[in-house]
Write a protein that binds this ligand. Sequence first.
Ligand SMILES: C[S@@+](CC[C@H](N)C(=O)[O-])C[C@H]1O[C@@H](n2cnc3c(N)ncnc32)[C@H](O)[C@@H]1O
Length: 224
Amino acid sequence: MQFNREAFAQQLRQGAQELRLDLSDGQIGQLLDYLALLAKWNAVYNLTAVRDPQQMLTQHVLDCLAALPAFEGARNVLDVGAGGGLPGMVLAIWGAARQPELQVSMIDTVHKKTAFLTQAKSELGLANVTVHTARVEALQVSQKFDVITSRAFAELNDFVTWSQHLLADGGCYIAMKGVAPNDEISRLPAGWRVREVRALEVPGLQAQRHLVFIERAVETASQG
Ligand SMILES: C[S@@+](CC[C@H](N)C(=O)[O-])C[C@H]1O[C@@H](n2cnc3c(N)ncnc32)[C@H](O)[C@@H]1O
């Protein structure tokens, strides 16, 4: 397992440039620290099927970086089924410098995954991160989320059904998907609508990526 920090830093800088993301040296360093932790823990705890750090950089870190512009202005984000912290950790690292008011919560049912997230939060000094070990259906919070996101989590219908009690009024879902999930969209529960399906280009990845923005459908006022 090769971890060439300087080469990875260069790829991140180049990727950020292609994505028009303004990443500081400090943020690049934190992203690499996160990647190194993920690779180290993955060897023992099997957090992600992607095992090679180079592949992790492209398929995980750059993939999540490509989605970040969609989170501009978000204040309180929940990442459902965060696993090893994707996209939540990448979002938190970016937000800590870029959007200091941004809070990122991550939830997963698997304790070894949330143990990793708690350790990464501590080692990276991310005060903006909260970690929950639970099924999202059972989570209760005092402050609801203005954005709920997920990546490689579940069919959109389940994602919305299981977590809608956690979305603030006026909030929206941002689901990270591969090919545009038109069938899943057609099966969304009543009362929800897709505001936008946005195609993404991930540097170094020859695969389709889409963000699906979902919000409550506005009820048509009765004409009485
Ligand atoms: C395929 S992984 C994706 C992990 C990460 N988001 C990524 O993109 O690498 C899906 C994750 O969802 C978690 N999960 C499944 N059902 C869940 C539920 N009901 N509530 C919270 N997490 C759940 C699993 O434990 C798993 O870590």
